[in-house]
Design a protein around this ligand. Structure first.
Ligand SMILES: [Zn+2]
Ligand SMILES: [Zn+2]
Length: 261
């Protein structure tokens, strides 16, 4: 910028110029934020996962659309830095939502708020995980049983005791273990817990071994062939003697209440 150069629009001097125009004037004249087309968000109605291009993510998230869903539909002038967008829903039908977004941006050093209308269509589609679950697909079973020798425990008591142990294990398990658990079946001798993936089933069986000192008895059977490969189903049998009771949540792992925000 040379001495005495001035904005060709407002005549101001002492401002950085791009093509002869100062930032405030450029911000007035340029399109800073816009939504080029209607957005489409594909949501799994069972788990809330979103389909993004060719994969699914964010299973377990809310069905409500958030900034994470909406911001990707916006486009920005190349000199714009986005701080955040505040969204207000202005109309809703079962399959469509209308929003007014207020984008707080910085354009060539100047903060600006830009209001952008956006319409989003919602498509419901079962994700592969949920489709597999509804088709009762499984690759592994974790069997919960009583101790080998205590036949005296009544079936209802046994199941209740095992259920408490299982609940405490699930609470402590990694999220992918909980996610891969498809369904459980009540049996006279305990519970069968069906998993859509084997590794998470193995990891929860190991957690049981670690927490309760019970051995894991692993067996597998040929379930069929898929893509020219043998497919095995793995069973992890866990026997909990009558003296074993569900452990409470491990105190050391729980953050104090004020940190849970
Ligand atoms: Zn100007
Ligand atoms: Zn799903």
């Amino acid at each position: 910028m040379g001495e005495g150069e001035f904005c060709v629009v407002c005549g101001a001097t002492g401002r950085p110029l791009v093509d002869g125009v100062c930032p405030p004037c450029a911000a007035e004249r340029a399109r800073l934020v816009w939504a080029p087309r209607q957005g489409v968000v594909t949501i799994c109605p069972h788990c809330g996962a979103r389909e993004v291009r060719s994969h699914w993510e964010r299973a377990g998230s809310s069905r409500l659309l958030t900034s994470e869903d909406l911001v990707p539909f916006l486009e920005f002038h190349s000199d714009v830095g986005l701080r955040r967008v505040h969204w207000e829903e202005t109309a809703a039908t079962p399959n469509q939502r209308e929003f007014l977004g207020t984008a707080h941006v910085v354009f060539r050093g100047i903060p600006r708020d830009v209001v952008v209308p956006l319409t989003v269509r919602i498509v419901s589609k079962s994700c592969p995980d949920c489709s597999r679950k509804s088709g009762r697909y499984y690759t592994a079973i974790v069997q919960l049983r009583g101790g080998e020798d205590d036949r005296s425990e009544r079936a209802a008591e046994l199941r209740a005791r095992l259920e408490e142990i299982w609940t405490s294990l699930l609470r402590e398990a990694r999220p992918d273990s909980r996610k891969a658990l498809s369904w459980t079946e009540e049996l006279p001798e305990g519970w069968d817990c069906y998993f859509t993936e084997t590794l998470p089933a193995r990891s929860i069986a190991r957690l049981a071994k670690q927490r309760y000192g019970v051995p894991i008895k692993e067996s597998s059977s040929l379930a069929g062939r898929k893509h020219g490969q043998d497919v095995y189903r793995v069973t992890f049998c866990l026997r909990f003697p009558r003296s074993v009771r569900a452990a409470g949540p491990p105190a050391a792992r729980r953050p104090p209440a004020e940190m849970e925000q």
